[in-house]
Design a protein around this ligand. Structure first.
Ligand code: FAD
Length: 387
């Protein structure tokens, strides 16, 4: 709940969703925040964490039961993502795994592809990633250079990807590649690379980032990687760009939801801090500047929550459009970064120490404005709807 918004409960959080949230909270505390230093030191989360999450039903919550998923709605996924974001964990790449890749496979996979991969994603046996970005092309996705050339019953993939979340640990990687270099967006296809025993597939560095230190954001190299033609997602070439665009509203909602949970948590931890810290014979909370700052931040959190909830409800009802999703992504991540910065200021020097959660929230939040489609690209999308 947003601090200061007593009585407001998100309508999508019914009893079943809230019960799953309690399971997620315990898991996050035990497996993620409780082991945070370890994940940050090695820069990835152990495979056991994924398997444990799968065992207790926290992966692929909205994938139908017939494919091994939880059989819930996207609300069930969101409560798990929120639980993680509220605790300030960014190491575990479940948003990409359950919120994005599993849905590519559900939406576009052939029946054979769904049955082959979804149950193992839901159990945590496989970890998923999506590889769009390249050293020379991020926002300008149509300009990617990775190629997938048909050769008999295979595709041969050549290219380099960078900034890939779950890149060091992923077993199943949806690779965005050009199957027809001359056809622009219509020449883009999604190919699923199974990383185990995959000649020509090489993982590069786990990248050294400003924040999100426990997350294995990596470079990936594909040098003559052969995948069977049956690994072309959807079974027909040239559909990749449209497939990516169709899923983007949901992906942006995942980021927006983590932004709101993150900024609510920042306000909550800061309230606790300023009430116990003393200066000039009173608590920090008693200074008018502190009260006004937190009143403004709490208001932002509540406005953000209500906007987010309306987006979630529209998505659950099947009606969230790309423009509103883009608004949610840019505006809510912008608010997150601003609020976290203001909350850090109220912690004084302790706010700059990584042993305080607010410091980690600060370094982890910044990238929210960059990935998932940069906020400038989001505004461009919104502006197009105003023509
Ligand atoms: C931690 C992290 C995790 C990531 N995870 C993944 C992942 O799992 N998979 C994946 O494929 N990618 C991932 N990315 C990549 C991310 O999506 C890209 O970094 C992002 O899309 C921006 O692309 P770029 O870095 O190439 O920047 P550029 O496209 O070079 O943009 C640089 C700047 O120019 C601006 N700009 C670009 N085009 C325009 C325009 N038309 N109008 C106005 N401004 C513009 C941008 O907004 C930005 O401010 C991740 C990145 C990070 C940092």
């Amino acid at each position: 709940m947003s601090p200061g918004s007593a009585g407001y409960v998100s309508a999508w959080k019914d009893d079943e969703v809230l019960a799953l949230g309690e399971v997620a909270d315990k898991f996050v505390a035990a497996e993620l925040t409780g082991k945070r230093d370890r994940w940050e030191a090695q820069r990835y989360v152990d495979r056991d964490v994924w398997r444990r999450a799968g065992e207790i039903g926290l992966l692929c919550c909205s994938i139908p039961e017939e494919y091994g998923g939880g059989g819930g709605t996207f609300a069930h996924d969101l409560i798990v993502f929120e639980s993680q974001a509220r605790a300030g964990d960014t190491a575990w790449g479940n948003g990409v795994h359950s919120g994005i890749v599993a849905h590519y496979i559900l939406a576009y996979g052939t029946e054979e592809q769904r049955r082959r991969w979804l149950p193992r994603l839901a159990s945590g046996e496989l970890i998923a990633a999506v590889a769009m970005t390249e050293p020379g092309a991020g926002s300008d996705l149509k300009n990617i250079r990775t190629r997938a050339a048909r050769d008999g019953s295979d595709y041969v993939i050549d290219g380099v990807k960078t900034f890939i979340s779950n890149g060091h640990t992923a077993d199943l990687i949806v690779v965005v590649a050009k199957t027809d270099a001359e056809a622009g967006a219509k020449g883009i296809s999604l190919l699923v690379v199974e990383a185990e025993d995959c000649p020509g597939f090489v993982r590069g560095r786990i990248l050294d980032k400003v924040g999100q230190h426990g997350a294995d954001t990596s470079e990936l190299f594909f040098e003559g990687v052969r995948v069977p033609a049956g690994n072309l997602l959807g079974g027909a070439e040239g559909q990749g760009f449209a497939q990516l665009m169709t899923q983007l509203a949901q992906e942006r909602l995942v980021i927006a939801a983590s932004a709101v949970a993150g900024l609510e948590a920042a306000v909550a931890v800061t309230l606790d801090y300023v009430k116990q810290r003393q200066a000039f014979g009173q608590s920090l909370f008693d200074f008018q500047n502190t009260k006004f700052t937190l009143a403004e931040c709490a208001t932002t959190a509540h406005v953000g929550r209500v906007f987010l909830d309306s987006c979630i409800q529209r998505h659950l009802d099947g009606g969230l459009d790309a423009t509103t999703a883009a608004m949610a992504k840019w505006w809510l991540t912008e608010q997150q970064v601003t609020v976290v910065d203001r909350c850090l200021q109220l912690h004084g020097g302790y706010g700059y120490m990584r042993e305080f959660l607010i410091a980690r929230m600060y370094e982890d939040a910044r990238v929210q404005k960059i990935y998932g489609g940069s906020n400038e690209i989001m505004k461009d999308l919104v502006a197009r709807s105003l023509r």
